[in-house]
Design a binder for this molecule. Sequence first.
Ligand SMILES: [Zn+2]
Length: 211
Amino acid sequence: MAPLKPTWTQPSHPNVQEVQIKLGDYATRSVSKVDLRPFEVLADLNFPPCTKASVATYATVQMGQHEHLSLNSDLVYINHSCEPSLIFDTGNMKVIAGPKGLKKGDELTFFYPSTEYTMAQCFECICSTLSCRGFISGAEKVKAVNPSKLSDSTALWLNKHIAELLDIPGEYPPWEALAQAKALWALAHVDAVGSRAISGEMGGDTNGNAK
Ligand SMILES: [Zn+2]
């Protein structure tokens, strides 16, 4: 996201997020300080510091058809990617790892159209991933250009309010497809799964896994 003057105490999520401030638009990035399995919680979207907002800005996340969330924390420094490492699950008010899990040092990213129907500030994506959608302008316009780019075989996360606004049939969030991705991850990480506490989620940014 664009540089902005923080009104909160920094760092806001020191156990899980390292913000790398760089000059210039969209140059600031965040990296993970923790390893997470698929869908484990990186941070909760609590009130406070979050507040509800009636209009979208570059520092909000859309949480319903007509509701937005001012993050009021370093979570605003999580960039967009077309192959994101994170999911902003606004139905459960949590930021969770994507279906591939998360490793220390990974850039923290999420797919902005998964929460945003229209965007206050559109931009040309430079994520350079194979599935890059190019111009990112909110789910409404991404769908208008190419609907398949919103719901493809990568089991991309869309929040329920976006699927409803776009009239996309089927279950959203797409838990079934995501569960398959998680199962594939588990097969590829048998050793890692065995060596970790696997009951439930880690409980957000207060987990003992961070340095
Ligand atoms: Zn991209």
